[in-house]
Design a protein. Sequence first.
Length: 112
Amino acid sequence: MKWLKPNKYGNRKVTVDGITFDSVKEASRWQELLMLERAGEISGLFRQVKIELIPKTSKFRACHYIADFTYIDKSTGQRVYEDVKSGDYRTKEYLIKRKLLFWRHGIEIKET
């Protein structure tokens, strides 16, 4: 595990198995999800999945939401979109994007 420079929210970027994560908590969750995938409880695990919220126009760039992880929960058959968040650090931008994601795509974010 390699430690990188801390950011403004107090979390430290960390590198695990050559992958850089925004926090130790996110890296730990990734390792948990990998174990669940190996155990056959989830499938189709991806990280940093970009979802368009507002398309590009002639005046403005597109706006996207980037989910930390997505996977299919085999017990329900549903795709899960997950973000590792600490309640104290949910920014206004995150809250707005989360609402737009639900309004536009019907996707709810699971916060861990």
